[in-house]
Ligand binder design. Structure first.
Ligand SMILES: Cc1cc2nc3c(=O)[nH]c(=O)nc-3n(C[C@H](O)[C@H](O)[C@H](O)COP(=O)(O)O)c2cc1C
Length: 186
């Protein structure tokens, strides 16, 4: 196979995540494409955030954030939280979404998102353009209607939003299936 060297390093498609944070006085949300699961035991998630984002210092100072996965009806919320800054407006009020408190002291979750995870920062890596906050997932929640009979998440029911190369996508796992499923789980 002949290869070329692309101009950007990109993984895609990815699930854009709404990262919520707060300091007791104000709450904020920013959209991240660069989020990932980095450990299973204990469960940990990474969030790569540029230092100039308003959310950056809120997360650094409180050591808390939540990861909220939007569905396809929340594309305007996702795009807006990724283009407007909490320096200029309150995104919870502007987009009429509800901040709900879970077990964390400061960072709220977004009630309207089907899946939310509460994270406490355990490692902070300043890599250059981005700071990577690695958070331990201390609690996770899924809307009743997306949980199946066995207690797992039925991703078909979540209708999660995807993102790739500047475009938002739907990620319905059955519509996108190529009919090949995991053979051996390790
Ligand atoms: C789809 C999408 C993905 C984004 N991914 C990232 C990211 O991974 N890291 C980052 O620092 N900013 C990312 N951004 C930009 C921030 O979300 C944006 O600068 C936001 O307005 C910052 O909000 P704040 O200043 O209130 O923290 C992304 C924006 C969009 C729309």
């Amino acid at each position: 196979m002949k290869k070329k060297q692309p101009t950007q390093i990109l993984l895609g498609p990815v699930p854009p995540a709404l990262i919520a944070c707060g300091n007791g006085t104000e709450n904020n949300i920013l959209t991240l494409a660069w989020v990932g699961v980095v450990n299973s035991s204990p469960p940990m998630i990474s969030a790569a955030i540029r230092p100039n984002r308003y959310s950056h210092d809120l997360i650094r100072d409180t050591g808390e954030f939540t990861v909220n996965l939007p569905n396809i009806d929340q594309v305007a919320l996702t795009d807006g939280c990724g283009t407007l800054s909490g320096r200029d407006l309150n995104k919870f009020e502007h987009f009429k979404v509800t901040a709900v408190k879970g077990t964390l002291e400061y960072a709220p979750m977004i009630d309207q998102c089907p899946i939310s995870m509460e994270c406490k920062v355990e490692h902070t890596l300043e890599l250059g353009s981005h700071t990577v906050f690695i958070g331990r997932v201390v609690a996770s929640y899924a809307a009743e209607e997306v949980v199946d009979e066995k207690g797992g998440i039925d991703f078909r029911r979540c209708r999660l939003l995807g993102f790739c190369a500047g475009s938002y996508l739907q990620t319905d796992p059955l519509d996108l299936s190529i009919g090949y499923t995991l053979k051996n789980k390790s």
